[in-house]
Design a protein around this ligand. Sequence first.
Ligand SMILES: CC(=O)N[C@H]1[C@@H](OP(=O)(O)OP(=O)(O)OC[C@H]2O[C@@H](n3ccc(=O)[nH]c3=O)[C@H](O)[C@@H]2O)O[C@H](CO)[C@@H](O)[C@@H]1O[C@H](C)C(=O)N[C@@H](C)C(=O)N[C@H](CCC(=O)O)C(=O)O
Ligand SMILES: Nc1ncnc2c1ncn2[C@@H]1O[C@H](COP(=O)(O)OP(=O)(O)OP(=O)(O)O)[C@@H](O)[C@H]1O
Ligand SMILES: N[C@H](CCC[C@H](N)C(=O)O)C(=O)O
Ligand SMILES: [Mg+2]
Length: 484
Amino acid sequence: MKLDDLTGIVPLHEAFPSDTEIAGLSSDSRTVQPGMLFFALAGTKADGADYVADAAARGALAVVAAIGRTNGAVSVPVIEVEDPRRALALAAAKFYGAQPDTMVAVTGTSGKTSVAAFTRQIWEHAGFAAASIGTTGVVAPGRNEYGSLTTPDPVALHKLLAELAGAGVTHASMEASSHGLDQHRLDGVRLAAGAFTNLGRDHMDYHPTVEEYHAAKMRLFRDLLPRGMPAIVFADDPWSQATIDAATVAGIEVLTVGRKGTFLKLNRVEHERAKQRAEIVHDGEIYEIDLPLAGDFQIANALVSAGLAIATGTSAPTVMAALEKLKGAPGRLDLVGVTPAGAPVYVDYAHKPDALENVLASVRPFTTGRVVVVFGCGGDRDRGKRPIMGEIATRLADVTIVTDDNPRTEVPAEIRAAILAAAPGAIEIGDRRKAIHEAVAMLRAGDTLIVAGKGHEEGQTIGAETFPFSDHEEVRAALKEVAG
Ligand SMILES: CC(=O)N[C@H]1[C@@H](OP(=O)(O)OP(=O)(O)OC[C@H]2O[C@@H](n3ccc(=O)[nH]c3=O)[C@H](O)[C@@H]2O)O[C@H](CO)[C@@H](O)[C@@H]1O[C@H](C)C(=O)N[C@@H](C)C(=O)N[C@H](CCC(=O)O)C(=O)O
Ligand SMILES: Nc1ncnc2c1ncn2[C@@H]1O[C@H](COP(=O)(O)OP(=O)(O)OP(=O)(O)O)[C@@H](O)[C@H]1O
Ligand SMILES: N[C@H](CCC[C@H](N)C(=O)O)C(=O)O
Ligand SMILES: [Mg+2]
């Protein structure tokens, strides 16, 4: 790509002719190669401006930085822009070029991974080559890769989108995390629709207030989705109205789904253990759907996904038929097995208050005995949620076992103590393996066990090290033990 292909994003600099070739883009000096543009970004831990010399030493062509940021003394030309993060995202979109034709993004505190996965499955059912991108990685025809960030950084994201488009993928759904939105990671994505699931307490270590957290999510409608495009909004959340208002002000076409929804109206739900029957009205037609998933919240996720698919052109009858075939995203109320007495054991990714509340409430209707929960809270993350989750667990479960979940650099016992302070009667078993084994061993007929917090994760991070660990594997091993 030539420098003048970035007109309007990165201004031309007198040091360069407009046909100067750019070898690539990077915001991490450690990955700079000769001829690349280095974007100096101010971050939470470091400031890219401090790594300009490193980038220059590795052959950076020029540095793109915020106005006045680099303070001279730089051996390569500095191109100043208002907002380097946004410039990086738009430049990455230009540099890599192709994107799947129909792209949608979903935001919300909970349900993003599930909605991204369901939307992909609906499109697959309709016969499209479809992909999903998010917390559990990238899934596309012939491709299933574990990911690290929910919303990848712009360079990785646009490289991926170009690869997907090149491989013939026409439809892609992605998660828009609040970090991703706040850091302009998706600013260059050409979106055909957006969606909102719900808002609860999350990432309070990053966003100063819940209003600012909501505002970060609203960037999806305010700044990213072109005017007049559709936003699917789950209508039954306390933050639904504020979301509808924000999207309406931004000139977005708001389509609501849920009991209070008008685009897809949920009339009635009947629960069974592993499935639920829903009556949904769309455009005057009534559809009776057997959703093969447990949990009230999965109805919400299915409706949001169905809304996205219909709003981007898939016919309603095709979408409704696809709902009957949905598979849960890995580690989302995932039934791993049952004990010899018939007690089911689920692995679930609930690691925030609302998610824990939802998952515990949703197994209660089919639990005739006790609801048992094993969970912990991550270290180096929002400390405020610990007692809140302790309270929720002891209120909604009959047996609460507090254990470790990625203590990272914190003292694990202190994290557990913060949960236990609001969890009278809870049992403390720090070692997660032991906690899972003891929980499975105590199950009787009619009980349900939820192992919450890690879902699809495959490691336990203690200090700076991540040890292989899988809730699925531990549950399977424990079930084998009791089967004996
Ligand atoms: C807090 C946060 O979101 N951090 C993300 C952010 O980093 P940052 O900009 O704050 O980076 P920084 O470490 O302060 O460094 C500043 C700049 O100096 C550069 N640098 C640094 C060192 C060096 O030697 N040379 C150099 O150039 C860095 O590359 C960076 O550009 O931008 C980076 C590139 O996009 C991300 O990798 C990084 O994610 C970290 C690893 C992270 O843990 N993020 C989590 C919290 C996150 O984003 N989570 C969300 C939501 C999860 C969910 O709820 O689903 C997600 O989307 O995954
Ligand atoms: N619509 C929903 N409402 C409330 N809770 C939900 C909903 N969907 C999922 N959950 C709960 O949240 C957990 C995470 O779900 P999912 O991975 O789909 O959400 P997410 O928004 O991608 O979360 P994260 O930001 O952690 O990646 C699930 O395991 C379940 O406990
Ligand atoms: N994307 C989230 C995942 C948290 C999962 C939980 N297992 C934990 O470690 O707190 C984060 O990194 O904050
Ligand atoms: Mg996710």
